[in-house]
Design a protein around this ligand. Structure first.
Ligand code: 5GP
Ligand code: MG
Ligand code: MG
Length: 184
């Protein structure tokens, strides 16, 4: 196999979510979101950079009007959560009276998210809910409710579909774990 190819670094022995599985699940989530927010305005807030792919596909799976805005926060270095959250880029939109749905790629410890939910709730929105494609076991113990979850996954470091390892692999169409040869 060509070592320049991004797919070369995926561990084929671990279960992956294929492009088709991801799209099918996002379509189901979109139908649920449409039903829950019927007759309400809706602002999707994406968390850069990981949520770029989820936002692009979830937003297009929705057949209703939405607005999209972005935040960039920093809480992660390498493969371990630092617990420190910094705003690198804030929203352009006022949240006053708005229904806000945070769109996330993955929730691991939930530290980033619980901080973010509290931060957005302090801006006077009508509601703040969360949609994430992936959720890890530890996140189940966090105090924040996550209304829409794509897949609950085991505690492994995953890459692809927006998720990076040292800024690479975001452009993989599927989600997987890294092969042994990448670490060694
Ligand atoms: P948390 O604050 O929930 O521990 O971490 C949230 C952020 O950490 C995610 O948005 C993501 O950027 C990063 N993260 C957590 N788990 C993983 C993982 O398995 N793979 C990758 N690539 N990033 C992760
Ligand atoms: Mg994220
Ligand atoms: Mg990252």
């Amino acid at each position: 196999m060509d070592v320049e190819h991004v797919e070369h670094d995926i561990d084929r022995t671990q279960p992956l979510y294929t492009e088709e599985q991801i799209q099918a699940r996002l379509a189901e989530m979109a139908r649920q979101i449409e039903a829950d927010y019927e007759g309400e305005d809706l602002l999707l807030v994406g968390v850069l950079k990981g949520a770029v792919m989820v936002m692009a596909d979830l937003a297009r799976a929705l057949e209703r009007h939405v607005e999209i805005d972005w935040m960039a926060v920093s809480s992660y270095a390498g493969t371990r959560s630092s617990g420190v959250v910094r705003i690198l880029k804030d929203l352009d939109t006022s949240l006053e009276g708005r229904h806000v749905l945070i769109v996330e790629d993955i929730i691991d410890t939930g530290l980033t998210l619980s901080w973010l939910v509290a931060n957005l709730k302090s801006r006077g929105p009508a509601s703040v809910e969360v949609a994430t494609l992936l959720r890890k076991p530890e996140a189940l113990e966090m105090p924040v409710d996550v209304k829409y979850v794509g897949f609950d996954i085991p505690n492994a470091f995953v890459i692809g579909y927006g998720l990076d390892f040292n800024e690479k692999y975001r452009n993989l169409r599927s989600i997987g774990t890294l092969a042994e040869h990448v670490y060694s």
